[in-house]
Design a protein around this ligand. Sequence first.
Ligand code: UDP
Length: 380
Amino acid sequence: MYDCIIIGSGFAGAVAADIMAREKGKKVLVLEQRSHIGGNCYDKKDEHGILIHQYGPHIFHTFDREVYEYLSRYTDWLDYSHEVLGYIDGQYLPVPFNLNTLHMVYQEDKAGELEEKLIAAYGEGTKVPILKLRENEDSDIRDIAEFVYQNIFLKYTMKQWGKKPEEIDPAVTGRVPVLISHDNRYFTDTYQGMPKDGYTPMFEKMLSHPQIEVRTGVDAMSVLRFDDYQIYFDNQKFEGPVIYTGAIDELFGCRYGRLPYRGLDFRFEYYEQEEYQPKAVVNYTVSEDYTRITEFKKLTGQTADGTTIVKEYPYAYTGEQGQIPYYAINDPENQALYDEYNKLARNYGNLWLLGRLAEYKYYNIDAIVKRALELVRTIR
Ligand code: UDP
């Protein structure tokens, strides 16, 4: 009845389903555990009519024209350049730390001198990871690095990961490098934007092919069985491709132990006022228990009298009912555990792992779209 089964309907699953059906003419079944499609990019109107991202802010940005054009089949875009402010001792400062931030932190003369030093050391327009900046030989530059480390990275990273910046994968803090430029944008990608009508309508279109059937509210394990390196669907051997985008440890009953993830608690608040904060996202980098506040109207361009915000509280995911794993914690020990599961998965000739949870990786939207396009086009 089906040629292919896909578990999960976030970006990984939706792109996979689209390519399988539209390019390969396959009949596809998508199984989604939640009551809705779109994974963590799911958005909807709240009870006040404000379009919210149920699982935290998602901003599309890419340098990759193919990815941009692919998604543009399914949505128009609202031009949006993401800017973030750090709230530091009563002041809003542009994050990533850039030359504008420098001038807000130091006296004018000193700032001018430091700007010249930074440009001489790294070149105008470059990006320097904070952990690299801290190693500079010039004590003035190290002073800047210390300011950035203490005021932007240390507390935020402790909240987000429960560890210091130097204790986590450098690629993570490297996502937000110091910018040797006067550009306040959070991302410098060529293409940036929000789906004009929201993410959920885009996912609906991606999954609307007549050869795609989506079942929401279904635990894949209630219809699939993984046994003796064979996959069974409704108790019949299923030989077609199975693309799994969920947590890999849970696929195998966590038999080697749980892979650690960070989870997030989202607390939404509504205010009957025009605006709440100066930009869509404000990071609380030195105070508060939450990492950041997102004001949705400023992200989606919606106009409304009131405004809805969300505060994010990170925690260590334990797999308890109701928790959602958001971020893989990439370190050698966890990678070794992942490799065990991956080895097990490779015994199933028709099983493919795809996405943040299945591959235990930190994917941005564009990167997972790219990966899904590449992978699925190789599956016969
Ligand atoms: N980070 C930080 N302070 C900030 C912004 C980011 O310390 O104001 C660090 C933190 O460790 C975070 C990482 O940089 O987890 C990556 O930030 P990004 O904004 O890319 O995180 P995401 O949006 O994926 O949660």
